[in-house]
Ligand binder design. Sequence first.
Ligand code: XMP
Length: 327
Amino acid sequence: MNSNVRPADMVRITTPELAEKFIEEQVAAVREQVGDKKVLLALSGGVDSSVVAALLIKAIGKQLVNVHVNHGLMRKGESEQVIEVFRNQLDANLVYIDATDRFLDKLAGVAEPEKKRKIIGEEFVRVFEEESGKIEGISFLAQGTIYPDILESDGVKAHHNVGGLPEDFKFEGLVEPVKLLFKDEVRVVGKALGLPTEMVDRQPFPGPGLGVRCTGAITRDRLHALRESDAILREEFVKAGLDKEIWQFFTVVPDITSTGVKDGKRLDYWPVIIRAVNTVDAMHCTVPRIDWEILEKITERILSEVDGVCRVCYDMSPKPIATIEWE
Ligand code: XMP
């Protein structure tokens, strides 16, 4: 598949049978393209890179070297899941880099949102290049490019994901087996490859991760409160089946304190904001009505389980005027 244009008559992959056929064709194409050479993949744990990894593991097994960089801004349990699925279950070649300190040190004191994004993006490429430079004999670079990325990068809108192409591209070629697929098709293929549903049906997660939800200058303690409150929200939404109904949901811990009271003492604590949105195109969003009891349960759990938090708020703002993320 060399062309970057999706043929008008290409069948949409909507069933497991069509996915199987697609996988078979791509396995053959990848084997033909790379022969016995090694392929490198930046495996973030997002839908696209995970599906590409699973497909390439099927095609070339240990000739694929996956590199997972944990930038310290992942949600709770995400890097662990990447290791569990790819190293333990699929027996893949996985290099795991915990670069948390490096990213958080670089970000210390930086409050401006675009500057934070830039630091995270650049540092990601730097860590990936440094670590992949240590691996011998890599000939190809695999990428989880999907069709909307190609359409969007058509000189109109720069794709703002973390981990763009390394600057001095030193590979024989690119391996992009899902580049003509839309997101829903990638998910069908991922399921056919046996990836866990929570990985394949994962909601959008920004490249800069929790970095844009810990507003202003990131501190480790506030990032911890963000990660823990986000995990509680996800757990309770899954229990209530809301993960199937709501497009994207997460918590935010803004860079402000408000007054709390504990054991008769007044304390400066953070608020946690719950953000949940429904949308078709991410351009216009509505805010779903959540059952009051579910919100009460989440509030109770966050206030009793997460240190440093004294208040929980539900963000009622549609897009526009508010963006989905807080910064
Ligand atoms: P906004 O906040 O602009 O978000 O309404 C729209 C969608 O894009 C995601 N988003 C990002 N994704 N890198 C990404 O890969 C980013 O810097 C970024 N910022 C926002 C956001 O989560 C939402 O789904």
